[in-house]
Ligand binder design. Structure first.
Ligand SMILES: [Zn+2]
Ligand SMILES: [Zn+2]
Length: 270
């Protein structure tokens, strides 16, 4: 089969998986936000810049396609059997560990690295790539999709590649994929949930919504993606009692581009 056809087929398959998952997330978070909205008012489908978020979501499908292609090229995989073998076994020192332990290590190590990378992206040098994620004024489950490709490359993808090289089985990453997709949509969802004592165990919607407020309101806190432990350890945890966050966005909101092309070009314009 020609390379072009292969890519089209792969994108079609990915799209066929992304679409039902997106619809399921949309239904779930619409019902939950109906009963437990953190910020009552505008439902997500009337969200400002919804088209931008939908575009970034589908741009992600292409990114996944490119990533699989890139891995195939990098590891010189030529046919389906090699691909299956590649995904079954890790390729580094951690590959000898049992898969459950690899899964735990992957969750903890990836989250630890992402915590520090996230803090770096809030610094002067990288902020312009991360500002796009913070430019959502209506934070909702679909805001989880809005990231600049450079942010993804130096963030999620970079961390995945490092752990892949350390020997974590690609299968472990594939199993945990659905959890990551669900959890990142969950922390952005318009919900007033703090999960009681579990607020210290796992990132919740209120925890991450505080991160999306302005720096004066607590925006430079709660950097953890999954485990608030990092914020507790490094002094960036913030969850005010009896108050909910309600004002999101960035300082130069009015001059920030609203459509996807402008947002992608934004970091290179200055
Ligand atoms: Zn951030
Ligand atoms: Zn966010």
């Amino acid at each position: 089969m020609s390379l072009g056809l292969e890519i089209v087929g792969m994108l079609g398959q990915t799209m066929a998986k992304v679409l039902p998952v997106t619809i399921a997330l949309a239904l779930l978070f619409s019902v939950l936000a109906h009963f437990w909205a953190c910020n009552p008012g505008r439902p997500w489908w009337r969200k400002r810049e919804l088209v931008t978020d939908l575009c970034t979501m589908f741009a992600r499908v292409f990114r996944i396609g490119l990533l699989v292609l890139g891995a195939g090229f990098l590891f010189r995989i030529h046919d389906a059997e090699e691909l299956i073998a590649f995904y079954d076994n890790g390729h580094g020192p951690l590959a000898a560990l049992p898969l459950w332990l690899q899964a735990v290590l992957f969750l903890v190590l990836a989250d630890f690295m992402m915590y520090w990378l996230h803090r770096m992206f809030h610094g002067a040098g990288l902020w312009r790539y991360h500002a796009i994620h913070h430019s959502s004024e209506d934070v909702d489950w679909i805001s989880a999709a809005r990231f600049h490709p450079v942010n993804l490359l130096l963030g999620t993808i970079g961390v995945d590649v490092v752990l892949l090289a350390a020997g974590i089985s690609p299968n472990v990453m594939l199993w945990l994929g659905p959890f990551n997709i669900f959890h990142s949509a969950f922390v952005h969802a318009n919900l007033n949930w703090t999960l009681g004592p579990f607020r210290y165990v796992i990132a919740t919607p209120v925890f991450h919504r505080w991160h999306h407020t302005s720096p004066g309101e607590g925006g430079n806190t709660n950097f953890a993606g999954t485990f608030p432990l990092w914020d507790l350890l490094f002094g960036t945890f913030r969850l005010p009692e009896n108050r909910l966050p309600d004002n999101y966005g960035i300082d130069d909101q009015s001059s920030f581009p609203r459509e996807i092309a402008g947002q992608l070009a934004y970091p290179f314009r200055k």
